[in-house]
Design a protein around this ligand. Structure first.
Ligand code: AMP
Length: 187
């Protein structure tokens, strides 16, 4: 089963993806984690993207799409993908369709975690204290939220009419969200 967890920064996509990873024995596919890893390892990609990420801007579709291609075509992960933070642009959504068709896969469920801006700000400020992410300070959070509204929320239109699109109140407690998702997936 392949799943997309969709939503604004701070919606809890990563947390839910990790919970599902354990429950389903699937793989979390977090482009944010993959990009942070490139920075940590100081690769050519890492050097190129560090400023974008710290400013809350998106990394080029081309870079992200290339990272995703390797995962989608990994035979070990076939039909076991949980996308977290991808796709974030219409271009990426179209690319994902092409990759999935090319690897004989499909998306089984899209969960949209819908959260209000003030809840997001509170959550990310808390995460900043725990994880010390360089893109979690208030200015960058606001920038990331604006980028989401401008560029990522149109991706919702791409998916929201599909029968496997499920909207969930992302303002609920973590366990409540997990239980709603589990009910839908019957796991
Ligand atoms: P995340 O960990 O998903 O919150 O992502 C952290 C940052 O990584 C984002 O603010 C972007 O700068 C970058 N990033 C992650 N995923 C993508 C993506 N799909 N497209 C473009 N940039 C991304």
């Amino acid at each position: 089963m392949n799943i997309i967890i969709f939503g604004p920064p701070g919606a809890g996509k990563g947390t839910q993806a990790r919970n599902l990873e354990k429950k389903l024995n699937n793989f979390q596919v977090s482009t944010g984690d993959m990009l942070r890893d490139e920075i940590k390892k100081d690769t050519n990609i890492g050097k190129k993207i560090i400023n974008y990420m710290n400013e809350g801007k998106f990394v080029d579709d081309e870079i992200v799409n290339k990272l995703i291609k390797n995962v989608v075509f990994d035979p070990q992960k076939k039909n076991k993908l949980i996308f977290d933070g991808y796709p974030r642009t219409i271009e990426q959504a179209k690319n994902l369709d092409v990759l999935l068709t090319g690897s004989n896969q499909k998306i089984d469920f899209i969960f949209f975690l819908n959260v209000k801006k003030d809840t997001i700000i509170k959550r990310i400020e808390k995460r900043k204290m725990l994880e010390k992410r360089s893109d979690d300070d208030l200015d960058t959070i606001l920038k990331r939220y604006d980028t989401y509204m401008e560029t990522t929320s149109p991706v919702l239109d791409y998916y929201s009419t599909k029968s496997n699109f499920k909207e969930i109140d992302g303002g609920l407690e973590i366990a409540e969200i997990t239980s709603k998702i589990s009910d839908i997936l019957k796991v």
